[in-house]
Design a protein around this ligand. Structure first.
Ligand code: B12
Length: 510
């Protein structure tokens, strides 16, 4: 029987948005008419509020498509205020029910249900079908698993549904074109806005095998999913390869595949199978993210032979802060050893650090610097600012210890859009500017380590780090230009990438 309901799922500031693509795929498979709307894209370290024209374009599109039910994907808590604003504008203009889904309502259901009419908690690839089938058939949604429903002042809260089998759910949909729209800068463009991207992102798993890092969403979803099935799930190699075969037919420009898993699955047999099948059936270079605790020579060698071209690894902070505050039981030695393995495998790793935490002492920063200086070059170094997500263990502890205030937590704060990647011009204490400048120099192959040690010992920069910051900015710019030139030669430098990353007001460190 044809479905009556006409549904829109709106992605906020993310053209890739796996959540929207999965929900839309599930609903299309259940014969619903679904419109996917990509409302603006993200820009690094900036959060441009939607213009009146953009809001009107969104309203116009929903009206023209005769949408009955509007779903907003609120992935990050930093979108809270904006999602609330859009909800109020859409409700006033269209009078249709509004449903929020994504990690933010999963983190803060109580707060979100006060704004939306309905919220989806956790992953809902199957539950969303049940929800809309009930609505379509005129049945009650009050007791629909994974959904909270508000009727006046009454809220119906339901336990979450069982976790899905990742091999059973449909792939994200890249074949539908006429039901997808990108709204931005006064234009509404029909078609999938991400289909020509040279970088294809994919998830081989959901969840995390560690679940301990106190700043991360997984510490919240782990207890939420207790008793609902295995929370860390890895897809079968066959499912991944079949998705790639599907994607390669539809996305004509894929030059690299980025695995966006929390950490790339490390099972021996799985890696062996992937390494055998990938070169023959996919043959596209790929990138993965690993944890220092899982780095071993043999699997990485297998993956390298299969096309692995880059590895990201979170160092995060000094050993003490990692262990005592982030509950990451990694040691500096593991990081040094991992980098040595990356060198043996012949892959330049991209090491990542979290800065701006309220707990690292001068001694911690000094030790982190020593460890970075010990690492064999070459390696890339990305610096991120600590974003404190609501309800995480870290947020609760920092609040309890009086180290932060409520307004430092995402939702009220929008740190993820201000200092996601560290920019040396951002206002910081003098001592931190010096540390950051020194750290930026650590991995630059054209700066001898002996010179960095001299700069480190200089008393002058402790008094005034500005000249050192200028040197680090120049080194960063040189690195950025080299990377951009390499990408341009490989056909990976797109307008989309430039739009996201070139922000004259905030040059990120490289
Ligand atoms: C991969 C990833 C990314 C990729 C996304 C790639 C892609 N192709 O989508 C990139 C790098 C682009 C990214 C960017 C950002 N991310 Co991110 N990301 C993740 C990660 C690791 C996995 C997300 C994912 O794809 N999961 C799989 C999909 C299927 O699940 P899902 O998105 O949750 O969607 C399901 C449900 O939530 C729900 N759902 C989602 N939307 C909707 C909508 C409706 C209507 C309904 C009914 C249901 C529904 O159904 C979906 C299917 O089950 C998560 C961590 C995590 N474990 O979730 C962080 C995470 C979501 N990201 C986070 C953040 C902060 C960001 C950034 C703000 C960082 C930044 N400053 O750039 C941006 C935001 C970009 C944006 N505008 O949305 C935080 C959010 C925390 C918070 N409370 O704010 C998380 C939780 C990580 C963390 N640090 O803990 N991210």
């Amino acid at each position: 029987m044809p479905r009556k309901l006409n549904i829109a799922i709106v992605s906020l500031y993310a053209l890739e948005n796996n959540g929207v693509r999965h929900v839309a795929s599930s609903l299309r498979e259940a014969d619903f008419q679904v419109t996917e709307i990509y409302f603006k894209d993200w820009v690094n370290n900036r959060f441009p509020w939607p213009s009146e024209q953009e809001v009107q374009d969104l309203i116009g599109l929903l009206r023209e498509r005769q949408i009955d039910y509007i779903g907003l994907s609120v992935r990050a808590s930093a979108f809270h205020r904006m999602a609330k604003y859009l909800t109020e504008r859409l409700r006033a203009a269209l009078g249709k029910p509004i449903l929020w889904g994504g990690m933010h309502p999963t983190f803060l259901p109580q707060m979100c249900i006060e704004i939306a009419d309905v919220i989806a908690v956790g992953e809902v690839d199957n539950a969303v079908i049940e929800f809309f089938v009930r609505l379509d058939e005129g049945r009650s949604i009050r007791d629909c698993p994974s959904f909270w429903v508000r009727e006046g002042d009454t809220v119906y809260r339901n336990d979450i549904d069982d976790l899905v089998d990742l091999d059973e759910i449909p792939f994200r949909d890249f074949h539908t074109q006429q039901d997808k729209f990108h709204v931005e800068d006064g234009k509404v463009t029909q078609g999938d806005p991400f289909i020509t991207n040279p970088e294809y992102t994919i998830l081989a798993s959901r969840g995390c095998p560690y679940w301990t890092c106190t700043f991360c969403s997984n510490t919240l979803t782990k207890p939420l999913y207790e008793g609902k099935g295995k929370s860390f799930r890895v897809r079968s190699v066959e499912s991944l390869i079949q998705e790639m075969e599907y994607a390669m037919k539809l996305c004509p420009d894929i030059k690299v595949v980025r695995f966006d898993d929390e950490v790339f699955p490390i099972r021996k047999d799985w890696i062996k199978e992937l390494s055998e099948k990938w070169p023959e059936r996919v043959g596209i270079p790929f990138e993965v993210l690993v944890d220092p605790r899982m780095v071993r020579l043999e699997p990485l060698q297998q993956l390298k032979a299969a096309g692995l071209r880059a590895i990201c690894m979170g160092i995060q902070a000094n050993e003490r802060v990692n262990q005592e505050f982030y509950n990451r039981q990694t040691t500096n030695q593991q990081i040094v050893d991992a980098q040595s393995i990356f060198r043996q495998v012949g892959i330049t790793a991209n090491l990542q650090i979290i800065w701006d935490d309220p707990v690292s002492t001068e001694e911690d920063k000094d030790q982190l610097f020593y460890m970075l200086m010990e690492l064999e070059r070459p390696f890339e170094l990305y610096l991120f600012g600590l974003t404190i997500y609501p309800n995480t263990h870290l947020a609760r502890r920092l609040l309890r210890e009086g180290r932060i205030k409520e307004e430092h937590i995402e939702g009220i704060n929008t740190h993820a859009f201000e200092q996601f990647r560290v920019d040396l011009n951002y206002p910081r204490p003098k001592a931190d500017k010096r540390w950051l400048a020194l750290i930026v120099l650590c991995n630059k192959p054209f700066i001898p380590k002996s010179l960095i040690w001299k700069l480190y010992r200089s008393e002058r920069f402790k008094q005034d780090p500005e000249p050192l910051v200028q040197v680090a900015q120049a080194a960063s710019l040189a690195r950025l230009s080299t990377v951009a030139a390499g990408m341009a030669l490989d056909g990976e430098l797109t307008w989309l990438l430039l739009k996201r990353w070139v922000n004259p007001a905030s040059m990120v460190t490289m």
